[in-house]
Design a protein around this ligand. Structure first.
Ligand SMILES: *Cc1c(COP(=O)(O)O)cnc(C)c1O
Length: 232
């Protein structure tokens, strides 16, 4: 198989798995967006993925993201920033990406809001939550999220669209179900408060190892890299 065929097979498989997980949880089949995580992969591969009908791509490093956006500027691609974002890099992506999944501090949100106001745009963001409380991970703790939502919601130029989490690396995806349930519940708890400028419609959770469980627990976006593009 050449790369194009291999990618087609992988995209078909992942999309079918998402479809089945939606069926199991009685959700509409189009309620999940597949974010193809193309980090470390060349632009030629992204073009092949586009030939498989993929339009949403996620990157985790600003420099790589900007390089790819520039090379693919004539394409209809929706770019998502999914990795830890340093405040001094915010200016390079605000107004260029459709969604920042990884807002992990109030200061970072303030910086994004400031840049968005400067450019006259609204930046759509998700708040990253460290649901499992892992030392090594970025994100708000479960206890901090509500306060963060209230503070960030008051900022101009920014719109909170939901929550995101990176679950622990596990052998058995079932081990992460409790964290996905927790993030879902958190988004419901925030949603019922009806805070101005806050919408809890998106839940970005699930990666190659656990996206089916995440969909069963309510993910509206799954971020899949290895399962589509192979190992990095
Ligand atoms: C790399 C990455 C992914 C994709 O991981 P895979 O296990 O390759 O699917 C998802 N989310 C984030 C934040 C990442 O950095």
């Amino acid at each position: 198989m050449d790369e194009r065929q291999e990618l087609q097979y992988n995209f078909d498989t992942v999309r079918e798995n998402i479809r089945k997980a939606c069926q199991r949880s009685k959700r509409p089949e189009n309620s999940v967006t597949l974010v193809a995580v193309s980090k470390f992969k060349p632009v030629s591969m992204i073009r092949n993925a586009m030939a498989c009908g993929q339009t949403v791509f996620g990157e985790n490093r600003v420099q790589e993201l900007c390089g790819k956006m520039e090379e693919l500027r004539d394409e209809e691609i929706s770019w998502h920033m999914i990795g830890h974002l340093q405040q001094n890099k915010v200016k390079y992506i605000v107004g260029k990406v459709d969604l920042i999944h990884s807002v992990d501090s109030i200061d970072l949100a303030a910086q994004i809001a400031k840049e968005a106001q400067k450019k006259g745009v609204i930046a759509d963001i998700l708040l990253e939550v460290n649901v499992a409380g892992e030392e090594s991970k970025f994100g708000f703790s479960v206890d901090e999220v509500m306060n963060a939502v209230e503070k960030i919601a008051a900022m101009k130029g920014i719109h909170i669209c939901g929550l995101m989490t990176i679950a622990p690396f596990v052998e058995d995806p079932e081990d992460n179900r409790k964290y996905f349930k927790k993030l879902y519940q958190l988004s419901v708890d925030i949603g019922v408060k009806n805070i101005d400028n806050v919408n809890m419609s998106e839940l970005s959770m699930g990666m190659t190892g656990d996206y089916e469980v995440a969909v069963e627990e309510g993910a509206t976006m799954v971020r899949v890299g290895t399962g589509l593009f192979g190992s990095r």
